[in-house]
Design a protein around this ligand. Structure first.
Ligand code: ZN
Length: 251
C-alpha cells in the first residue's frame, strides 16, 4: 500500500501536457508563513485593506513598506524545499510544462523550474509609480530590509512599488492569460499547497477539468473541487511530492 502514490504517478507518466498549480502550502516547509491564513500574525495585527491594498500604497507607501518588511526578510532568506525540487524535476523530465504559482517568493525559480507563471507577481522587480520604469529589486533589497530604506526610482525619485499583486489590483495581464491558456489546454493539473480560496486563480482547476484534464490534488486542506479530482493526497508536501517523483521515475 502506498496510499495512492502509484495511481498519481501513473496519471503523471501518461500525461502529455501537465500543469502544476502551487500555493502557499508548498513554501511553508521553507519557513514562509501563509500570510493570508488567520493566526499567522501578519494579518491579525492589521486590516489587510489598510496595508496590502493599492489605495493604501498610494496613500501611505511608508506604512505598507514597514508592514511588508518582516515578510520580505523571510522571503529573501528562504530556500527551496524538497517539494520545489520535486516540481522542478517533473519539468526536467518533460512530464509537466508549466508551473502556475500564487507565491511571490521566487522559490520555484531557485529550485530550477524554468516555465513559471507568477500570477500574483514577485518581489524580484519593482515599478516606479510615476514613470512606470521597472527596476531589478536586487539593489534595493538590502537597504530596505536592513535599514528600512524606501526604494526610490533612479530616474525620477518617486517611490518604487514591488511588483506583487495587492488587493484591488489586477493580476499581471500577460501572465494571467498564459495561465488561463495553460489551464484550458493541459491534460493534467496537479494542485499542490493551495486551498483554492483566492479568485480568479481558484477557478483554473475548474477550467482544466471542464476541458477533460485529469485533476490531482496534493494538499493539506480541502478544496471546493475535491469532488472532481481523480486522486487526492493529504499531508506534508515536502515528503509527498518527492515520493511521487520517485514513483514516477521508478517504472
Ligand atoms: Zn520613476
Amino acid at each position: 500500500m502506498n496510499n495512492g502514490i502509484d495511481q498519481i504517478a501513473d496519471l503523471i507518466r501518461s500525461s502529455k501536457s501537465g500543469v502544476i498549480l502551487s500555493g502557499a502550502g508548498i513554501s511553508t516547509p521553507s519557513g514562509i508563513p501563509d500570510f493570508r491564513s488567520i493566526g499567522s500574525g501578519l494579518w491579525s495585527k492589521y486590516n489587510p485593506m489598510e496595508v496590502a491594498s493599492l489605495s493604501a500604497f498610494r496613500y501611505n507607501p511608508e506604512k505598507v513598506f514597514n508592514w511588508l518588511r518582516p515578510l520580505a526578510k523571510k522571503l529573501t532568506d528562504a530556500k527551496p524545499n524538497a517539494a520545489h525540487y520535486a516540481v522542478a524535476h517533473l519539468e526536467q523530465m518533460g512530464l509537466i510544462n508549466t508551473v502556475i504559482t500564487q507565491n511571490i517568493d521566487g522559490l520555484h525559480h531557485q529550485a530550477g523550474s524554468l516555465h513559471v507563471l507568477e500570477v500574483h507577481g514577485s518581489l524580484q522587480t519593482m515599478t516606479c509609480i510615476c514613470c512606470y520604469q521597472q527596476q531589478d529589486a536586487d539593489d534595493y533589497v538590502e537597504p530596505y530590509i536592513e535599514h528600512g530604506e524606501i526604494p526610490r526610482c533612479p530616474e525620477c525619485d518617486s517611490i518604487l512599488k514591488p511588483d506583487i499583486v495587492f488587493y484591488e489590483e489586477q493580476l499581471p495581464v500577460q501572465t494571467w492569460n498564459q495561465a488561463r491558456q495553460a489551464a484550458e489546454s493541459c491534460d493534467l493539473m496537479l494542485v499542490t499547497g493551495s486551498s483554492l480560496e483566492v479568485v480568479p486563480v481558484a477557478g483554473l482547476p475548474m477550467r482544466a477539468v471542464e476541458n477533460q484534464a485529469h485533476l490531482i490534488i496534493v494538499n493539506q486542506t480541502q478544496t471546493y473541487i475535491d469532488g472532481r479530482a481523480d486522486a487526492i493526497l493529504r499531508g506534508d508536501l515536502a515528503e509527498i511530492l518527492p515520493k511521487i517523483v520517485a514513483e514516477v521515475t521508478d517504472e
